[in-house]
Design a protein around this ligand. Structure first.
Ligand SMILES: *Cc1c(COP(=O)(O)O)cnc(C)c1O
Length: 361
């Protein structure tokens, strides 16, 4: 079997070592004669995985017992609704800083529950940058301020987070969670679908400050209350056991490879390889994001024509690289280079880009 360089946006590449470990344990988990998928979620084996993943996530993101880690289902898209259901009070408001397609969806969903103000939007610059501090207008009565740390489709990432004063700050970190050190104590809630940087699809991680959780509405349906999952250590109902098992292996892999600092150093190096291929192409490749706001996770760029973009994708597949077509809504090329992507993969792509530009420029 020949492995490909996998630039898929999500579900996305997983660390090779994690896949090998999962394969080795698949048929017989710790001598139990069955796979982890076939065991009760109340078994001591799964309880150990569940609490191990919770503890590892806390260690990696750098929080203590004033935060809870929850594993839920429904993807980040369900969080778009669950957040306002729990924290946007009737007649209240929330502020959304919108820097791309996912933030737009989050804001639209919240507006079904109350006033979801657009505190800032960079839509008129085609979501190619983050707003400046003086472009963000927060409302006094905002129950929370929501942002998307990395916009997966446009390839725009916050290098540092805006100051929102005393308002609870909430972030969708689906596509850059644990890719770099952050000050998690600034956030009341962080959520991330696992399938970009943490594991397979099917499990969503929620980090929530306990004191904020205590203020959540008690009225939403049971499964859509953060409190239900917190009270039951994410075992209120049957959890996605295989997803949590894989998540735990990925967290172990991050810890064995230098933690978030190690990931950040490698991610900087990897992104630089591809951005250099863009910047050194004499304008053949045009990066979508403003240089200061460029994502280290999703590198987005255009070619001189759509025909050349089609040809680029076709030839990249022939060269064993998959997943490079941009999102259907924006076109162009997108290279997703999450934690598990190797520097060699980025070098292979940069070499391919150089060759393609030389032949077609
Ligand atoms: C992929 C993605 C989502 C959607 O995630 P689902 O798990 O498919 O619901 C939301 N936000 C961001 C930033 C994403 O990258």
């Amino acid at each position: 079997m020949s492995k490909v360089y996998n630039f898929n946006a999500g579900p996305a590449i997983l660390p090779q070592a994690v896949l090998e470990r999962a394969r080795a344990e698949l048929l017989d988990y710790q001598g139990r004669g069955m796979s982890i998928m076939e065991m009760s979620h109340r078994s001591k084996e799964f309880e150990a995985i569940n609490s191990g993943a919770e503890a590892a996530f806390k260690r990696l993101i750098g929080v203590g017992d004033d935060y809870r880690v929850l594993f839920v289902q429904g993807g980040a898209s369900t969080q778009f609704a669950m957040l306002p259901m729990n924290f946007l009070p009737p007649g209240g408001a929330a502020d959304y800083i919108v820097t791309g397609a996912w933030g737009e969806k989050a804001q639209e969903e919240a507006s079904k529950f109350g006033r979801a103000n657009i505190a800032a939007s960079t839509k008129d610059s085609n979501y190619s940058r983050n707003p400046r501090a003086d472009e963000i207008t927060l409302s006094d009565d905002a129950a929370y301020v929501h942002l998307t740390s990395n916009e997966t489709i446009q390839g725009v990432q916050f290098p540092a987070f805006p100051d929102v004063g005393a308002h609870p700050l909430v972030a969708d970190m689906s596509s850059d969670i644990l890719s770099r050190p952050i000050d998690a104590s600034k956030f009341a809630l962080i959520y991330a679908g696992a399938q970009k940087n943490l594991g397979p699809s099917g499990v969503t991680v929620v980090l929530i400050r306990q004191s904020w959780l205590d203020t959540a509405a008690k009225t939403p349906p049971t499964m859509l209350r953060y409190g239900t999952h917190a009270k039951n250590n994410s075992l209120y109902n049957t959890p996605p056991v295989f997803g949590v098992y894989m998540l735990n292996l990925v967290l172990e892999w991050i810890e064995e490879n230098g933690g978030v600092e190690g990931m950040a150093a490698r991610n900087e190096q990897k992104a630089a390889i591809i951005y250099q291929a863009i910047d050194g192409s004499n304008g053949f490749y045009r990066g979508h994001a403003a240089p200061a706001d460029r994502s280290r996770m999703n590198v987005t760029f255009r070619l001189p024509s759509e025909a050349l973009e089609k040809q680029f994708v076709a030839e990249s597949v022939a060269a064993n690289m998959v997943g490079l077509a941009g999102h259907r809504s924006v076109g162009g090329i997108r290279a997703s280079i999450y934690n598990a992507m190797t520097p060699e993969g980025c070098q292979a792509l940069a070499a391919f880009m150089g060759e393609f530009a030389r032949k077609n420029g």
